[in-house]
Design a protein. Structure first.
Length: 301
């Protein structure tokens, strides 16, 4: 019984009972630290003397680091420039939208908002999204909360009903601070949705409006009625709209219906001046992480 009690003594009681062992352990650790410090000092002093004599080695390393840093910054700026060009030239047609996976549809809506000047647009759909799939702030300071409803068969699929509108309306303003609440679909809404949307001050983007928006002719807020007034009208917020208009006048709409392995590689519209390089295929990795593959099975939200 006494042996069992000795084995189960807590650490503090053991240290009080055997102080000599604790002192020996601490002294051993201190000696190891002193030895490591002495070895580092013995190595660092000769190395410092050698570098002072051979100063050109430090200069070479500094020049090499500066060169690598310059190349990295140049490539980063080049990728950013091509990304801006690609986003400004982004175009969809309805067959392309219908072929998307429902998660890719959310990313497509996000990219269309970025094309229109909502630089902070992000895809947030998924488990626990609280009724929001895309959140963005337009150039006028208005916060948009969008629920995306994709239908593989377009208007032949099931209609979007009033429960979907009630769900997003219940969280968009209290939780996300929305100024504009919208439901975007490539399908159709039930006959009761327009009346409820008007009562709740929501906006419905059906297949017809989506086609005009995705074609790139106008930003979404110019296609919807009764949009709230701008929060912060200023010249710096109007600059993205000017850039978008200038880019639209130089670009042509994508005509190829063939989709490749990634969304933007397939829908990137050619410019009159040049065609986008392969870097445009990596457009969706900025800030939000990697998106799911478009080769997943398509389905409804």
């Amino acid at each position: 019984m006494s042996r069992s009690r000795r084995r189960r003594l807590p650490k503090r009681a053991y240290a009080r009972r055997f102080p000599a062992r604790r002192r020996r352990r601490n002294s051993g650790q201190l000696g190891m630290k002193i030895l490591i410090g002495a070895l580092l000092a013995a190595t660092a002093i000769p190395l410092a003397r050698w570098l002072l004599i051979n100063w050109w080695v430090l200069l070479t390393l500094a020049l090499a680091a500066a060169g690598f840093g310059g190349v990295w910054l140049y490539r980063k700026a080049e990728h950013a420039r091509w990304d801006r060009t690609r986003v400004n030239a982004l175009r969809f047609n309805l067959p392309q939208i219908d072929a998307l996976h429902h998660r890719d549809f959310e990313y497509a809506v996000r990219d269309l908002l970025r094309r229109d000047g909502c630089s902070n647009a992000r895809q947030v759909g998924g488990a626990g999204d609280n009724g929001a799939d895309v959140i963005a702030t337009d150039p006028y300071g208005r916060v948009w909360v969008i629920q995306c409803k994709h239908r593989r068969n377009g208007t032949s699929g099931s209609a979007i009903g009033t429960p979907d509108l009630q769900r997003v309306n219940g969280t968009a303003r209290p939780l996300h601070g929305a100024d504009v609440v919208a439901v975007v679909t490539n399908g159709r809404f039930s006959s009761r949705c327009p009346e409820l949307a008007g009562a709740l001050h929501m906006h419905l983007v059906d297949r017809r409006v989506l086609a005009r928006w995705a074609a790139g002719s106008q930003p979404l807020w110019d296609l919807l009625p009764k949009i709230p007034p701008p929060r912060k009208p200023s010249t710096d917020r109007l600059l993205p709209l000017f850039l978008h208009a200038a880019s639209a006048s130089m670009s042509s709409q994508a005509t190829s219906p063939r989709w490749e392995s990634t969304l933007h590689a397939a829908i990137g519209a050619p410019m009159h001046a040049a065609r986008l390089p392969g870097a445009a295929r990596h457009s969706r990795h900025a800030g939000q992480g990697r998106r799911p593959s478009p080769h997943h099975r398509a389905g409804a939200c």
